[in-house]
Design a protein around this ligand. Sequence first.
Ligand SMILES: [Zn+2]
Length: 105
Amino acid sequence: MTTPQTDVDATDAPASDTATAVPTSVPADATVHECPYCDRPFTREDRVALHVGLQHYDVCTSEEEEAFETAYLAENAEIRRYRLKAAVALIVLYFGLLMVYAVAA
Ligand SMILES: [Zn+2]
């Protein structure tokens, strides 16, 4: 499954569908995972599951629904970890700059 630089043109998507209006491309050296319904390329299998669940939920199989729910919950956990790391980084930066100001000023 290696189709290099497969682009999906934004004009192929329905005008009201903003989630598919964003063109995607996969680097030439990466493995391409394509949507079974619209052939949109993705670099990761879980991204295909999320795309199928969000864009083709009315026609997807029960296995694809289950894969979507699993990928959705995993993505939520990943987003929570990212937010926590970002908050910790901002707090460390704030107090670090505060200490630099207290010492240097
Ligand atoms: Zn699709």
